[in-house]
Design a protein around this ligand. Structure first.
Ligand code: PMP
Length: 384
């Protein structure tokens, strides 16, 4: 008898990003939905990757990542956050932030455990938790400011809680954890045996002179944390899928056991190129906040010509807008209508929630786009 699969992930459907991008293509809409930059990748990075391939660096790299790249990441981390992780025992290069997150969860989360996630949250978290046989426990962020409610998080902790997942700057809202949040987090986790997974893939995209409160700055947090980073966001190359995890040696050891039999290693020429890029052109990540802040400001100025109300954007490359003055459709229907009838694609917020707040009228627009793309979108939104 031919087996028919009984799904292991009954809640999973095609991600909203893929659905909306397909709809955008079908209706020739300006796509501000899926979060990918349409800027050129830095020339040095492309040249270095091409050179690596031409030079024959096309075979497996070491399982944890190229030594030169891990050394460069260690130095950059020390420069940014005042802590130098050991490249040999604390840094693992993975195929994107997503693989690093999957490996971290599967490295330490066991069947029957609980993992606290803060809604709205990025959509790759829960399937990884489900596949580990664990349960995602959803706690909502404030529906307007997206700040964590530390008392609610504390109330969600049980003897089964194995991990807490946080994300700053936050996708989809751009909200950032501040020093008070860090203090609350330190107090919350003190004396527990809960792991922290800190998704910091937008670490360099922070605005208005704010400091990114990386968990790596704080010894009381990093001693129990997997900190996740993605070169895709930092270097405008989401399709290269290279990221990394920083974690203490015993945790890294478990993460690497999963990585070793999941992908084993990550595309070698890209690793060569990132090592060169980090060392030779640090201004790229140092100036990334200013680069995106200019785009954010210009886009928000343009939005004033529309009826959409922008929420504050402290970091990241997404602008949430309230569309209450345009329509009272729910967000899924509104995004469909906006694409099909008005030619602009956005991402609804409800798929980022287990239980979306009733009556929330927010959609996500990605401003990591060229002037021409943003201008075209605004022309269409103005007409509403
Ligand atoms: N976390 C968040 C919050 C993200 O937005 C993304 C990418 N959209 C990832 C993780 C995954 O990063 P990568 O593309 O490097 O796998």
């Amino acid at each position: 008898m031919i087996p028919t699969p009984e799904t292991k992930l009954p809640k999973v459907e095609t991600t909203i990003f893929t659905v909306m991008s397909a709809l955008a293509a079908e209706h020739n809409a300006v796509n501000l939905g899926q979060g990918f930059p349409d800027f050129d990748v830095p020339k040095r990075l492309v040249d270095a990757a091409a050179r690596a391939m031409a030079d024959g660096l096309n075979q497996y790299s070491p399982m944890p990542g190229l030594q030169s790249l891990r050394e460069a990441i260690a130095d950059k981390t020390e420069c940014c956050y005042g802590y130098r992780p050991d490249p040999n025992t604390e840094i693992t290069v993975c195929s994107g932030g997503s693989e690093a997150i999957f490996n971290a969860i599967h490295g330490v989360v066991k069947a029957g455990d609980e993992v606290i996630v803060l809604d709205p949250c990025y959509d790759c978290y829960e399937p990884a938790i489900d596949l580990a046989g664990a349960t995602a426990v959803h706690v909502s962020l404030d529906p307007r400011t997206f700040a964590p409610d530390w008392n609610a998080i504390k109330a969600a902790i049980t003897p089964k809680t194995r991990m807490l997942m946080i994300n700053s700057p936050h996708n989809p809202s751009g909200a950032m954890l501040n020093r008070d949040d860090i203090d609350a987090l330190i107090e919350l986790l003190d004396g527990t045996d809960i792991y922290l997974l800190s998704d910091e893939v937008y670490e360099h995209i922070v605005f208005d002179g704010a400091q990114h409160e990386s968990v790596l700055r704080y010894p009381q947090l990093r001693e129990r944390a997997f900190v996740i980073s993605s070169f895709g966001k930092t270097y405008h190359c989401t399709g290269w899928k290279v990221g990394y995890a920083v974690a203490p040696p015993a945790m890294t050891k478990e993460l690497r056991k999963v990585h070793q039999y999941n992908t084993f290693c990550t595309f070698t020429p890209a690793q060569v190129a990132f090592a060169e890029m980090i060392r030779e052109e640090p201004e790229h990540y140092e100036e990334l906040g200013a680069f995106y802040q200019a785009r954010r400001d210009a886009f928000r100025e343009q939005l004033k010509q529309t009826k959409f109300e922008p929420l504050p954007v402290p970091g990241g490359y997404f602008q949430l807008v309230d569309y209450s003055k345009v329509s009272d459709l729910d967000d899924m229907e509104f995004c469909r209508w906006l694409t099909v009838e008005k030619g602009v694609t956005a991402i609804p917020l409800s798929p980022f929630y287990a239980n979306p707040p009733k009556g929330q009228r927010l959609i996500r627009l990605c401003f990591a786009k060229s002037d021409a793309t943003l201008d075209a979108a605004i022309e269409r939104l103005k007409a509403l």
